[in-house]
Ligand binder design. Structure first.
Ligand SMILES: NC(=O)c1ccc[n+]([C@@H]2O[C@H](COP(=O)([O-])OP(=O)(O)OC[C@H]3O[C@@H](n4cnc5c(N)ncnc54)[C@H](O)[C@@H]3O)[C@@H](O)[C@H]2O)c1
Length: 352
């Protein structure tokens, strides 16, 4: 087995689905607290799959985590569980500290105790993979070089500060205890099953519903965009071949300004779902007051991952964004569940 935390969220959910689509892969214990961002509808296709064990719980619950480790003896932990939305961290940072810092600490401690008790090859192959973000590196100017793994940490939001703290804990557990960890720091993900509070799904859904497409400030904030399926394949690669104690940047080599991302989405929708009055979705773009402390540019240099493990993203931004828009057009039931809030009933419906 492998233990995945936060596997009902956007990236964790995609990771679990991709992982279990390969019959030779181990089963998954999926530990998720089901915050507003956890959505079991994403995992609906696994309802009767004996290789998927869903556990509703908190990574901060030491007793539960210790019990799961003892019972299932996983050979790896992949930690996606986090509070992940910058805007939410500005309005309420406590949960970010609780889950991202204290929760990661608890998980590390339980995992270390479990690992200490392993012997022989089980101890040798075990690893703890921590999933983190490029936001820990801070913000770049237009001419700065992209972030490499040796950039110093300069987080600017409560979210990125809490992720930076968790990365430091993971690093320290390797250097202090010899605990076998790998960390990946990736850029902005997009793709299927993305909760519509983030830029890309929000833009698609607001466009389709005739609502304004809100753009912060001048819309010139630059992000590197990584298709979620590529992120999952990079994690599998690092889990498999990454060097213990190392960190690897994962990026899509796709730097785009927010306004250009939204205009691209509008152009694809104009083509795939033209408005009856012949107008363009671009007309719905509305500029709103910028977010405080809004980082100007993130860019990730993922060449270490390519050089050392031979990984490159499969999707370009054009192919990935087209797939994503099509996915949202083809999956109205999942979207309706999120928009109406009925996705929160999935636990009782599916898992009693
Ligand atoms: N989305 C991105 O673009 C992006 C980019 C870089 C890094 N990351 C990192 O990737 C990871 C996953 O991100 P995401 O976008 O899928 O996030 P998400 O918010 O969609 O999902 C997070 C999941 O974690 C669960 N969770 C929250 N607190 C928990 C707790 N205490 N115990 C157990 N489960 C808990 C939630 O219920 C949810 O299912 C996060 O660590 C995030 O920092 C995300």
């Amino acid at each position: 087995m492998i233990l995945v935390t936060g596997g009902a969220g956007f990236i964790g959910g995609n990771f679990v689905l991709d992982w279990l689509s390969v019959p030779s892969n181990e089963g998954v214990i999926n530990l998720d607290k089901l915050t507003y961002a956890g959505n079991l509808a994403t995992l609906a296709s696994l309802k009767d799959d004996p290789h998927h064990i869903f556990v509703h719980g908190d990574i901060g619950d030491k007793e539960l985590v210790a019990k799961l480790l003892k019972e299932h003896q996983p050979r790896a932990i992949v930690n996606f569980a986090a509070e992940s939305h910058v805007d939410r961290s500005i309005h309420g940072s406590a949960e970010f500290v609780n889950t991202n810092i204290v929760g990661t600490f608890n998980l590390l401690e339980c995992a270390r105790e479990y690992w200490n008790e392993l012997d022989g090859s089980a101890k040798k192959v075990f690893r703890f993979h921590h999933v983190s973000t490029d936001e820990v590196y801070g913000s770049l100017s237009a001419t700065d070089s992209a972030f490499t793994e040796t950039n110093s940490y300069e987080p600017n939001s409560p979210y990125s500060a809490s992720k930076a703290a968790s990365d430091h804990l993971v690093r320290a557990w390797f250097h202090t205890y010899g605990f076998p960890v790998v960390t990946t720091n990736c850029s902005n993900n997009y793709g299927p099953y993305h909760f519509p509070e983030k830029l890309i799904p929000l833009a698609i859904l607001n466009a389709l519903n005739g609502k304004p497409l809100p753009i912060y400030g001048d819309g010139q904030q630059i992000r590197d965009w990584l298709y979620v399926g590529d992120h999952c394949s990079a994690i599998r690669e690092v889990l498999d071949k990454g060097k213990l104690g190392e960190t690897y940047n994962i990026g899509g080599w796709n730097e785009k300004a927010n306004i250009d991302v939204v205009k691209t989405i509008c152009a694809i929708l104009d083509e795939l779902k033209p408005l009856a009055d012949g107008k363009s979705y671009v007309d719905q773009i509305t500029y709103v007051k910028d977010r405080p402390g809004h980082d100007r540019r993130y860019a990730i240099d993922a060449s270490k991952l390519e050089r050392e493990l031979g990984w490159r993203p499969f999707e370009t931004f054009d192919t990935g964004i087209r797939k994503t828009v099509k996915w949202y057009l083809d999956n109205p039931v999942w979207i309706e569940g999120v928009v109406s809030g009925s996705y929160r009933d999935w636990l009782s419906k599916q898992y009693n």
